[in-house]
Design a protein around this ligand. Structure first.
Ligand code: F58
Length: 837
């Protein structure tokens, strides 16, 4: 039997030729969207295009699945409560290498390609750095051809959309799924059940062995939704598997049968709430039951899914840790340690010691914070209510672990109390970082300083116990999205001078050092930055009705709003500049545009007040004719992956001004550097390594070091005293306190000023003078156009280390031990051949 005619049709469906792309696009408009041009909306066109691209991804996805299944290859499972993927369409076009063809094809159909790209609702399933890091690592894993699965939650509502009203942040729900999501495929056939609450029953089985049954109070189904993650320039398409909570049918019906219809409905709603919404806090979430349920939900689904895969591939349970390297992205999935023990011991009858050995060899844990208040703890009572069996397991792990620790730290009960998985001070808590440390074989920080501080401070007792578990893995970012896609002008320029090798081997950017003195190259470099600034100014004009001068220096601070990140340090300095301009005192030689962006956690009052302050300063200063030619301030609403892609390429100066010892790494700092911005920054997180790479002479350093911060605090720090000795700073504070930026309301910013003047926990005032001095040096450097260009080129040339490819390779070599599995494309004939055999 021959299937030839169908096969030809199939090939047409995945052809990359422009004509085929156009035909598919129109086909999809008719057959998927059910529209013809006169009625089609821009969203219809976007969808038609998305499905056109998806068809072309599926052959790789299927081929990849086939290659991995055939090989039974070692697989990285990246467990993360957040994946901040950003818009898919542009990135997928880039990975497929058809960006330009598709742009042309769409243009020839009389449509505007950029307008279609803009229709995509970006999946904002993360808060900030941590979620975005997970997305960058998936990109690199696929590009390096490593078998990998990202496991997380398919939140129905992602991070809120930020609007600014009267200068205040207003949150709007993120309805990213409202028109459907063309990039995912639901796999209801791989549904998993997750138990919650209830109680446990202990008994002896027929062999006299203890066995435990968990009788849950309720069960929730997890349905996986898979999204393909393409490698760049290869045939790999890995999977991001996100779980959606659903009420199990059978459970509803049983309640229904008992006549409790409303109860059944209620139960359905409660179950489905689990994956409704992402918690929008970027550092701390205290004791929210639903949050713990979310964590357990996706972890339980993911581990059971791994067991399913093991079974399909005929791999014995004892080899779990050989098949899977499971990375815990912070402690949000740390309950996995107890859950894997439960699955192995309770459900598969392994001995505790064997299960423990498998568990420890399976997991590795990445810490992302140095803020002590951000370390997750769950009230023991709540933990036991939601996960009664896991509490027993945690207590058992703890008892055995502390016995072992006591042998090492004879008589040091204070240390034992710090190591314990249970915090016994006052109300009892389960400490998730301790659970992660005990249940894994590798622990890492995300920048050198951070990893050192973990060893000395946050996790020092674990380091004393198991120094060999600790390592550093400095974060990285994907150059595909953050340079090629975000900054096509710079990418083209770089490629035209050093070739395209840098896209997969970022260290090759070093080649730019050879041409740093070429006047043509330097002038093109400047032109690119200028064009990016013009494009951004146009965007701001359109969106905010504000005019920016692309000849001014673009000084940018975008990231989550937090006191430790010190947006207020920067804005105080803007006010100082304003005062200097007004008085005609030594004005800066260059006009500046300060660009801010970032979301505040909805419940974080101080952060919201910081946004209000930035906007208040912006609206007063921008309208002052005496200064508006030299100083402008803009707050770009709704900072996201998409807006980031516009902002990083247009920056001249990147502000990385956190209090030293507080920012674990930062990754925005890397995005700016890669796009040719120079950094003004403290010795914090990865700034230190950026400075070491690009050279101290190409980096604007200021402020106290982490050690100095600690010393100053120990010695007793008085912010009011700092103010008294610095008249310029006092003037700034006085102007804000006067109500000048608040239509005369002298109360509005009082909480912020009071905090600075009485505690100043993040040493804003202590670092102010150094920051202002350093900004003066920056202005001088910018005034020397050629010198600045040279510094900008050298920053990019030396930023290769910050590729996520490098970071992922380090994880592979030191922790995951997985190897590339190149994928051979299976043709339609192969598949049809199998079917028709
Ligand atoms: C960030 N953490 C760090 N947490 O602050 C940043 O320095 C680092 O570069 C980045 O991780 C990647 O390593 C971070 O983004 C969160 O957003 C959590 C979300 C869930 C609640 C707790 C904070």
């Amino acid at each position: 039997m021959s299937a030839q005619p169908e096969l030809e049709l199939q090939a047409e469906r995945t052809s990359l030729s422009k004509e085929a792309l156009k035909r598919s696009f129109l086909d999809n408009l008719f057959y998927i969207q059910g529209k013809f041009p006169a009625l089609a909306t821009r969203v219809d066109y976007y969808m038609a295009l998305a499905y056109t691209v998806r068809d072309r991804m599926l052959q790789r996805w299927i081929s990849t699945a086939a290659a991995y299944t055939a090989k039974g290859s070692r697989t990285v499972a990246y467990l993360s409560a957040e994946f901040l993927m950003g818009p898919h369409l542009g990135n997928n076009l880039l990975s497929l290498g058809i960006h330009d063809e598709v742009r042309q094809a769409i243009g020839e159909l009389g449509l505007n390609f950029d307008e279609l790209l803009a229709q995509e609702d970006e999946p904002g399933l993360g808060n900030g750095g941590l979620g975005r890091l997970a997305a960058c690592y998936l990109d690199s894993l696929a590009t390096l051809e490593i078998p990998a699965l990202g496991y997380g939650i398919r939140y129905e509502f992602g991070i809120f959309q930020q609007e600014i009203a009267e200068g205040w942040q207003v949150e709007r729900t993120d309805k990213w799924l409202r028109y459907g999501n063309p990039w995912e495929i639901a796999r209801p056939e791989w549904v998993q059940q997750v138990k919650f609450g209830g109680r446990t029953e202990h008994s002896l089985d027929e062999h006299g062995r203890r066995s435990v049954r968990w009788l849950p109070g309720r069960i929730v189904n997890g349905v996986p939704y898979d999204t393909p993650i393409l490698g760049y320039g290869n045939n790999t398409a890995n999977t991001l598997r996100l779980w959606r909570a659903e009420a199990p049918e059978a459970f509803d019906v049983s309640t229904f049968n008992r006549g409790d219809y409303y109860g059944a409905v209620q139960q359905k709603i409660t179950s489905e709430n689990l994956s409704k919404i992402l918690y929008p806090n970027d550092e701390q979430i205290q004791g929210k039951e639903l949050r713990l349920e979310q964590q357990y939900f996706f972890v339980a689904c993911s581990l059971q899914d791994m067991l399913r895969i093991l079974k399909v591939q005929g791999i014995p349970l004892e080899n779990f840790h050989r098949k899977f390297a499971v990375q815990l992205n912070d402690t949000h999935p740390a309950i996995a340690v107890a859950e894997l023990m439960r699955l192995l011991v309770d459900e598969h009858g392994l001995r505790w010691s064997d299960a423990w050995s498998i568990t420890r060899q399976t997991f590795a844990y990445t810490n992302h914070t140095l803020l002590p208040e951000a370390l997750e703890q769950w009230p023991l009572a709540l933990f036991g209510r939601v996960l009664p069996r896991h509490l027993e397991i945690v207590l058992e792990i703890n008892a055995r672990f502390l016995d072992e620790a006591r042998l090492k730290f004879l008589g040091d009960e204070a240390r034992i109390a710090r190591l314990s998985l249970i915090n016994e001070h006052g109300e009892r808590y389960v400490r998730m970082a301790n659970l992660a440390c005990v249940g894994c074989h590798a622990i890492n920080g995300v920048a050198e300083l951070h990893s050192e501080l973990l060893k000395q401070d946050v996790l020092r007792d674990f380091h004393a116990l198991w120094p060999e578990k600790f390592s550093n893995k400095t974060n990285g970012i994907t150059p595909r999205r953050w340079l090629m896609l975000a900054n096509p002008r710079l990418s083209r320029l770089i490629t035209s001078w050093i070739g395209p090798g840098w896209t997969r081997d970022l260290a090759q950017l070093r080649g730019l050092e050879r041409v740093v003195d070429d006047p043509d190259f330097c002038s093109s470099w400047r032109d690119v930055k200028h064009s990016n600034k013009v494009a951004f100014a146009r965007y701001v004009q359109q969106e905010l009705g504000m005019t920016l001068d692309p000849h001014s220096m673009f000084d940018v601070l975008v990231k989550r709003i937090h006191e430790y990140k010190r947006q207020h340090l920067s804005i105080l300095h803007v006010v100082a500049l304003y005062l200097r301009l007004k008085d005609g005192r030594d004005a800066d030689p260059v006009p500046r545009t300060f660009i801010y962006g970032g979301k505040a956690a909805p419940g974080y009052r101080m952060a919201k007040l910081m946004i209000k302050l930035i906007n208040a300063v912006s609206s007063m200063i921008n309208r002052d004719p005496a200064t508006r030619e030299r100083l402008r301030v803009v707050f770009v609403p709704n900072f996201s992956v998409r807006t980031g892609q516009r902002i990083y390429p247009c920056a001249d100066l990147s502000e990385q001004v956190s209090t030293a010892g507080k920012e674990a790494s930062g990754t925005g700092n890397m995005k700016f550097t890669l796009n040719g911005a120079l950094t003004i920054g403290t010795l914090d997180g990865a700034n230190i390594e950026i400075r070491a790479e690009v050279g101290a002479e190409n980096f604007f350093l200021f402020g106290l070091s982490a050690a100095e911060v600690a010393a100053l605090k120990a010695q007793g720090y008085s912010p009011a005293e700092v103010c008294r000795t610095q008249p310029q700073l006092q003037e700034v504070i006085d102007l804000i306190a006067s109500g000048f930026f608040a239509r005369g309301d002298s109360e509005l910013f009082r909480p912020l000023l009071d905090s600075l003047l009485t505690h100043d926990p993040y040493l804003v005032l202590a670092d102010f003078a150094a920051y202002a001095d350093c900004q003066r040096v920056v202005a001088g450097a910018y005034a020397d156009r050629d010198r600045w260009t040279r510094m900008s080129i050298l920053n990019v040339a030396r930023s290769g280390k910050f590729s996520a490819d490098r970071a992922v390779r380090e994880y592979l070599d030191d922790i995951w031990g997985a190897a590339p599995v190149p994928v051979r494309l299976i043709s339609q004939d192969d598949i049809a051949g199998k079917l028709l055999q």
